[in-house]
Design a protein around this ligand. Structure first.
Ligand SMILES: NC(=O)C1=CN([C@@H]2O[C@H](COP(=O)(O)OP(=O)(O)OC[C@H]3O[C@@H](n4cnc5c(N)ncnc54)[C@H](O)[C@@H]3O)[C@@H](O)[C@H]2O)C=CC1
Ligand SMILES: C[N+](C)(C)CC(=O)CC(=O)[O-]
Length: 488
């Protein structure tokens, strides 16, 4: 889906692994370099968690997963890559060393540093081609959180910034262009402030790590996830909004409500205190388990926000719209059964029998009916004009099992398409062509205003008539007109 075909990742740790997952889940081929002998195992575990989370996040038809491999050197990894993601540890000498190695093998790819705080002008200083370096600062888990802060250095080419923004948008992200360079950009200045304050609160014995986390997650953390800070405080000002808020709470800014001017020294005693409290708080889970808990919660939050077309949920909705539009524009031969739905089965579609639950077959056939409606021009715009189709009957035959992660495709034949009636026959197949289920479905064209049956608009009737006439020449599908309990 992304016009980006090939990327390289240097550093396959927490952030490099997250980038790898996001890129391959969007069909990009990736080569990774990481000197850690454990890199393959660690990346494999991150990718398994990411696949699970992505499957829950969206059902939109994503492209076939991109492949990935480990390279033996930086030079080997970056060869031919359009995007070079640098995710090595936060040390500028190391980053400069890696850039020098990149320059021996790749002169054109965008170098996108994941740095949490170095200014791009400092990062690009020793480069022969500094114009192609940007900061693209992501947030953990990179495969789920949409924000990426894009920062250009003094010598970055404006075209590189634009191309990078386009790439990140197509892989489901929200590129936020930070127009002025500053250490730690926007988000990390915040996180750093909160982190410093929290360390003081632990050191001074005001709260444990768990109590501090509770203060965030039961209260303002929920507000921040959906409205940020300024909008939240505007609302907190009541009807008089921001001006009243500042009038009321402005004086506190001069009271001793923060320790931000001072940083607690990271003594062994403080480190032990934080680490021990953190272990008491959540040591019963492994890090991978905690990642899965975090991912499930993030998916639920983003889906809730999507339902409200708001914030991170709107980014998800726009990403899905783009994916659906791409499927819609695929050239199809409508004289034969055509593709109406595609999906990779998410883990939570499976049930206690260890396979896709029966209700999800119905969901996929419902998606297929939407695909057929789109094919005849009964799309979102048409529905917005007050016309649509309602399903009045469906008969499903469950012929095989599908497991989490399986890719399935539905093709559809129009059995009848005249006047108000639309009768469809769907085949759901595994990737290798094995039949998984069939569905025969009757839909009736309706006015959404009167909720009663009516004829379709002329353009839809004409397109449907064209496809129905072509399909009338095809043999009737095996299984048409089947009733429950009927033997073959
Ligand atoms: N962990 C976080 O929450 C975030 C980190 N970042 C930034 O991402 C970058 C990477 O951080 P993490 O992934 O957290 O670190 P990490 O320690 O998890 O991973 C770094 C990886 O780089 C590898 N590495 C070391 N030298 C290398 C070299 N010469 N070439 C290739 N790989 C090499 C290491 O083996 C390791 O696997 C840093 O710049 C950091 O500031 C950005 C956003 C969030
Ligand atoms: C702690 N940190 C500075 C590495 C955090 C980030 O850079 C972003 C994040 O994911 O929190």
């Amino acid at each position: 889906m992304s016009s980006l075909k090939r990327a390289a990742i240097l550093g396959g740790g927490v952030i490099g692994g997250g980038w790898l997952a996001r890129l391959i889940e969007n069909g990009v081929e990736v080569t990774v370099y990481d000197p850690d002998p454990e890199a393959r195992r660690k990346l494999g575990e991150v990718l398994a968690n990411a696949e699970r989370a992505y499957g829950k996040l969206t059902l939109a038809p994503r492209p076939a997963k991109g492949g990935w491999r480990l390279a033996g050197s930086v030079a080997e990894a970056v060869e031919g890559a359009e995007l070079i993601v640098e995710a090595v540890p936060e040390r500028i000498d190391l980053k400069h060393k890696v850039y020098a190695e990149i320059e021996t093998a790749n002169a054109e790819g965008i170098i996108a540093s994941s740095t949490s705080g170095y200014k791009p002008s400092d990062l690009q200083k020793p480069l022969a081609h500094p114009e192609r370096l940007i900061v693209a600062h992501p947030f953990n888990p990179v495969y789920l959180l949409p924000l990426v802060e894009i920062v250009a250095g003094e010598r970055t080419d404006a075209g590189v910034v634009e191309r990078a923004k386009e790439i990140y948008a197509t892989i489901g992200m929200k590129p936020l262009h930070i127009r002025k360079e500053i250490d730690a950009f926007i988000a990390d200045r915040f996180l750093e402030a909160v982190w410093r304050e929290a360390l003081w609160l632990v050191k001074d014995g005001i709260g444990t790590t768990e109590e501090i986390d509770d203060a965030i997650r039961f209260g303002f953390g929920l507000r921040w996830a959906q409205m940020g800070l300024f909008e939240t405080y505007r609302v907190a000002g009541g009807e008089a909004g921001m001006r009243h808020f500042i009038a009321q709470f402005g004086p506190c800014l001069k009271w001793p409500w923060t320790k931000l001017m001072d940083v607690p020294e990271l003594t062994d005693e403080l480190i032990d205190m934080v680490a021990d409290q953190s272990h008491a708080q959540s040591g019963k889970y492994s890090i991978r388990e905690l990642e899965r808990i975090r991912d499930d919660n993030l998916v639920a939050i983003m889906q809730a926000l999507k339902a409200n077309d708001w914030g991170a949920g709107k980014v998800l909705a726009d990403y899905e719209k783009r994916l659906f539009a791409l499927t819609g524009t695929k050239a199809q031969d409508f004289s034969r059964p055509f593709v109406t739905a595609e999906a990779r089965i998410p883990a939570d579609w499976t049930d206690y029998n260890g396979h896709m639950n029966e209700s999800r077959y119905g969901q996929l056939f419902s998606d297929a009916a939407d695909g057929a409606m789109k094919a005849i021009g009964a799309d979102q715009d048409y529905i917005a004009r007050g016309l649509s189709y309602f399903t009045v009957e469906i008969h499903i035959r469950y012929l095989d099992e599908a497991k989490a992660g399986d890719r399935v495709t539905v093709t559809t034949q129009v059995l009848e398409g005249k006047g108000k009636k639309l009768r469809l026959f769907h085949w759901m197949r595994h990737e290798d062509g094995r039949l998984l289920a069939t569905g025969e479905q009757m839909l009736i064209h309706v006015s959404l205003e009167t909720r009663a049956a009516c004829d379709p608009a002329p353009a839809v009737a004409a397109k449907l008539g064209e496809i129905a006439a072509a399909h009338a020449a095809l043999p009737l599908p095996e299984g048409v007109g089947r009733a429950v309990g009927q033997r073959p």
